[in-house]
Design a protein around this ligand. Structure first.
Ligand SMILES: [Zn+2]
Ligand SMILES: [Zn+2]
Length: 371
């Protein structure tokens, strides 16, 4: 089976991409169409996208390579789902007359260039354009990944400096009010949080960071809440926190605080929710306009020891260091380099969004033996 080169070769790919692949002035030579070997290897169990969901990957000893490929298979499904979501969003924006935003969403990641080897292993995909709209599922995911990469080492460093610290997830909410604008609700939450941090109940918290998220329901209006991750030198009782928060906001006792034992999972929980794209289905034209107006607003907060902490180089992150190193290495790959998985030469290939998602989904992953 041969993978067709996806997308239109004459379509403009900004020079940025070439620069980021190490090209200075001249664009790369047109890559040849890669021959993709999709035949399962004789001595290895192989899985397609259909069977991948049936595998409990925790029970399978996976090499770093296979883990990478498995993640790409999963990514394929996510990309396809998001593509569908984006098309629906685009239609809605157009219907409401947000033409410029609809056009941006349509262009967002419509084309991707990636380094691809003969065996269909793909590295360093770079989109042609990103829209950064608050309801773009691709851009929201990207933001959350960037945020994680920035924050994770800081939290590890703080825990390394003081291993007795407790990690907790905290959610604070304020009551919905149909007459209150989106920005006003966010400001009320931010002000309330500032006041809360000066209260006695907060004395055990040495630092943290978080982000405001808003949901919307026609019957109640915007519902702002702040998810944050906290470093504590002692537990904060839920009841005491609830009373203090009610004292500050005069409207809401609704808080949640829970300890997390796995740092990476905790951080992902904390960051995933605030960055999930707004559900455009529930929003009317005025709410979309409000969101677009509030686009530049700072929704992130960071405080205490996590504010401006220095990060040193030899972090013991506790997550899969070997895997993290592998992914890090792939970011340095350039055209002509050998594929780190199968050693065949890497070429630069243009894809459409759908073409790239389907390409990732067509890769075979061997569960044992080398790929
Ligand atoms: Zn986007
Ligand atoms: Zn390869």
């Amino acid at each position: 089976m041969v993978a067709q080169r996806q997308g239109n070769n004459s379509s403009p790919i900004g020079n940025d991409h070439h620069l980021s692949y190490g090209f200075k002035s001249s664009p790369p030579a047109q890559p040849s169409t890669p021959q993709v070997n999709l035949q399962p290897q004789d001595d290895a169990l192989s899985f397609s996208l259909d069977t991948i969901t049936q595998i409990d990957i925790c029970n399978v000893e996976l090499s770093v390579f296979n883990l990478y490929l498995l993640k790409q298979l999963r990514r394929s499904t996510r990309l396809l789902n998001r593509l569908e979501m984006k098309q629906k969003f685009e239609k809605k924006l157009r219907k409401f007359g947000f033409i410029e935003e609809a056009d941006r969403l349509k262009r967002c990641r419509a084309e991707v260039v990636s380094l691809v080897c003969e065996n269909g292993h793909s590295f360093r995909p770079i989109p042609d354009f990103q829209c950064y709209l608050p309801f773009c599922p691709d851009c929201c995911e990207r933001k959350s990944i960037i945020e994680l990469r920035k924050k994770l080492p800081k939290v590890f460093q703080a825990l390394k400096n003081d291993p007795s610290l407790i990690l907790a997830l905290n959610t604070l909410t304020i009551k919905s009010d149909n007459d209150r604008k989106l920005v006003a609700g966010n400001n009320k939450l931010k002000e309330g949080f500032k006041t809360l941090r000066r209260q006695k109940v907060w004395k055990n918290c040495v630092g943290g960071f978080g982000r405001i998220e808003n949901t919307y329901k026609k019957s109640v209006g915007w519902h702002p809440h702040l998810h944050s991750i906290l470093l504590l030198k002692g537990y904060i009782p839920q009841k005491a926190l609830s009373d203090a928060w009610n004292g500050v906001t005069k409207c809401s006792k609704v808080v949640d605080i829970r300890t997390v034992h796995d740092v990476a999972t905790g951080l992902i929980e904390c960051i995933k929710y605030p960055f999930k794209p707004s559900d455009l289905k529930k929003l009317g034209k005025p709410q979309i306009a409000e969101m677009l107006d509030a686009k530049g607003e700072r929704l992130g907060v960071s405080f205490g020891v996590l504010f401006g902490i220095e990060v040193d180089d030899d972090l013991d992150t506790g997550i899969d260091v070997e895997y993290a190193e592998f992914v890090d290495e792939t970011r340095k790959l350039e055209v002509g380099d050998p594929c780190p998985i199968c050693q065949t030469k890497l070429d630069l290939i243009n894809f459409t969004a759908r073409g790239y998602a389907e390409f990732l989904g067509s890769i075979r992953v061997a569960a044992r033996g080398s790929p």
